[in-house]
Design a protein around this ligand. Structure first.
Ligand code: ZN
Length: 676
């Protein structure tokens, strides 16, 4: 049986917009270090109304204005380093084919990609391939006015400040330290906390703010840096007139320009409330904004702009700045609408303990979207799905909005074809054929289920501290969401609802998930290192756990052939049962805030890597000459002005390369002082 909604949304040539995704479109833009840069298409953009396009334009501009904020959040010297490198790069008069300069170019590309000097995913500082001598010489050749000197500062002072940060491996080695016995705040190089602030001090500071019976607590600490001044802790709030004011004022100005183009009154209120939040820094206003945003399901254009995700803070309090701007993919959204319409059924039938299920699943709205611009922490590394808001109490009382970003998944899929990856790592033609036939459909479906149902499912027992799982909470939240998706992927309900074209389809996702979690995601980890990032931890946690628990019945095997290891799944039905069992346990941990059990699960299954297998996977991968990380450039949005001086149209230009985009962004969207 063929589900028409799926073929409509997943076949490249059947998008309903006027710009069909064509094979000639050049998805691959650049490649350096461990990174490949792609571009995404925006099918359907031309068919939007001028009002919608102008709304998208101003929201996209607003989404670029905050770029510097993220650089500074990721490390207090990032802006100084980026600006110094850009000054060298754009004023260089030597031989550009010279190795030192080439290495500087790669390093600068990496700094742009990571929004700082630490790896965007692995968190470790990357060390440049050019020498300190070359760097210092090139800096000294520059006119002082080209360099980011502090007020009255000298070149020597600048070099003293940033040279060890760039070159000494012992200085600021890690952006965010997420686990271990050390003080996580002192050990982390990011800039959410001022120098010398300890984990104990942070915990005490914010615990004091929590009121015992507060049913609607705000997200304490979300939008500020916590610093110590004369021994006293104090928040520097990110708002106009305070920290990051110059960038936030620019964001607010663009949001104000967007207001007249709002599609309806509610959307206008959403934008105005966000402006009010940026101007006051008041977290209650942020909650009011989030509630309005969740309620706005009628608008076709939508956006996220603000301090949203807390993955970068080891304590999960402080949010990084990000932006996505998008419009709905109406055809593909029929698929997610079916899922959200049945949300209560999925909640009721999950293998989770009755006490931890939501009696009434509220307002889970899900849609498939097409992004037109990504910024901040969504750029260039871009998520494929988003579920917001994050605050549990808002999700509980007002529901959440969940999206699958299909023009991004499509670009990934298109750019991967013919890479040789599946030929190297997949066990046999049977699995390869399953993946070829159903891989794209089930990938998107898993993202839908993860975002729309997984993150929205379950409830905590009354009185459970929402921060009880501390540094493990992100990993366990992602684990729960992934398991919910995996469990239902194989359910008969998927067939009944016409979401999959065959009862076999789920096997493509199960195979890919297990291969990725047990083996191939290790290509992203440097040899000898542990897994740090929450999504990677979650995937290994699940894959390792079901592998171990299924061993007596040989459910999943790591089989050797010609010296190579492969994942072989012997019993797909048992595998599904194991996913269900683990889902039940992870929901219990979350609902009861069982820190000890959560810690044990993560530390035992999610963090450590088998060094022999790791070596093998890295070697096999290296021979394929691929990049383990990918990100995107944005299309350039241009206003077309007519003879009367009015905006007659907005068009997209796909021709800008990675370096040009980054240099342009640094010229046009850089508002913050070098030191904040
Ligand atoms: Zn997630």
């Amino acid at each position: 049986m063929t589900a028409t909604i799926l073929s409509a949304s997943t076949c490249a040539d059947s998008n309903t917009g006027k710009e069909p995704v064509t094979a000639e479109f050049n998805y691959i833009v650049d490649q350096f270090a461990d990174i490949q840069i792609l571009r995404y298409q925006v099918p359907g953009f031309e068919s939007l109304s001028l009002q919608q396009k102008r709304l998208l334009y101003h929201l996209s501009e607003a989404g670029l204005m905050g770029r510097d904020i993220l650089f500074d959040q990721n490390g207090r010297y990032n802006l100084a380093i980026r600006r110094t490198l850009e000054a060298i790069y754009t004023n260089y008069s030597g031989d550009k084919a010279e190795r030192q300069f080439q290495e500087l170019e790669i390093y600068l590309k990496r700094v742009w990609f990571s929004n700082g000097i630490h790896h965007h995913y692995g968190e470790d500082k990357f060390i440049p391939g050019f020498s300190q001598e070359f760097f210092e010489n090139e800096v000294r050749k520059l006119d002082e006015t080209l360099l980011p000197l502090s007020q009255g500062g000298t070149i020597d002072e600048l070099l003293t400040l940033i040279t060890p940060v760039i070159f000494d491996p012992a200085v600021m080695p890690k952006r965010s330290v997420q686990s271990g016995d050390q003080d996580l705040i002192l050990a982390s190089a990011n800039n959410y906390y001022g120098e010398g602030v300890t984990q104990k001090e942070v915990e005490a500071f914010y615990n004091k703010m929590k009121k015992p019976n507060d049913k609607t607590p705000v997200s304490y600490g979300l939008n500020s840096q916590l610093v110590k001044e004369n021994g006293v802790l104090k928040e520097r709030v990110w708002k106009t007139g305070s920290l990051y004011s110059e960038a936030i004022e620019a964001i607010v100005q663009e949001l104000q320009k967007a207001v007249p183009f709002a599609e309806n009154d509610l959307q206008r209120q959403v934008i105005e409330k966000l402006i009010a939040y940026y101007e006051t820094g008041d977290l209650k206003t942020f909650d009011d904004y989030s509630v309005l945003w969740v309620q706005d399901t009628a608008s076709e254009v939508d956006f996220v702009n603000g301090f949203i995700e807390t993955y970068g803070d080891p304590l999960g309090l402080k949010a990084s700045w990000e932006s996505t701007v998008n419009f709905i993919n109406t055809e593909a959204t029929k698929r997610t609408r079916i899922i959200s319409d049945n949300a209560q059924w999925f909640e009721d039938h999950s293998p989770v303990d009755e006490r931890f299920k939501k009696k009434e699943v509220k307002g889970v709205t899900a849609k498939v979207i097409t992004v037109t611009s990504v910024g901040g922490d969504c750029y260039p590394a871009t998520p494929i799905g988003i579920n917001l808001p994050n605050a549990d109490r808002i999700r509980r009382d007002h529901g959440s909005k969940s999206v699958t970003i299909e023009n991004i998944t499509e670009a990934y899929d298109k750019a991967s074809q013919g890479s040789g990856f599946n030929e190297e790592f997949v066990w046999s033609d049977t699995e390869r054929e399953l993946i070829r036939q159903y891989g794209f459909i089930t990938d998107n479906l898993h993202t839908d289920l993860h975002e729309c149902l997984g993150h929205g499912s379950g409830q905590s027992l009354p009185g459970t501290d929402p921060d009880a799982l501390k540094a493990y909470s992100s990993t366990l939240e992602e684990t729960r969401a992934d398991l919910f998706g995996l469990y239902y992927m194989a359910d008969d309900k998927m067939i009944e609802l016409n979401l999959v074209p065959s009862a076999e389809a789920y096997k493509a996702e199960y195979y890919k998930f297990m291969m990725n979690g047990l083996m191939t995601q290790l290509v992203r980890i440097e040899y000898g290192k542990d897994i740090e990032e929450a999504h990677m931890r979650n995937r290994q946690l699940i894959a390792r756990w079901v592998y171990e628990k299924g061993r007596p019945q040989n459910v999943v095997e790591l089989r050797k052939q010609d010296g190579k290891t492969y994942v072989v799944i012997n019993d797909y039905e048992k595998l599904r049962e194991l996913f269900g069992t683990l889902l039940r346990e992870v929901q219990r941990i979350k609902s009861k805030g069982d820190f000890t059990a959560g810690q044990q699960l993560v530390e035992e299954y999610a963090v450590k890597v088998d060094p022999v297998l790791h070596r093998e996977i890295l070697d096999r991968y290296a021979r394929l000459d691929l990049s383990p990380y990918r990100g995107f450039v944005n299309p350039v949005m241009k206003e077309i002005i007519n003879n009367q001086g009015e905006v007659a149209d907005i068009v997209l230009d796909y021709s800008e390369g990675y370096m040009n985009q980054m240099l342009r962004y640094s010229r046009k969207y850089s508002f913050l002082p070098t030191f904040n």
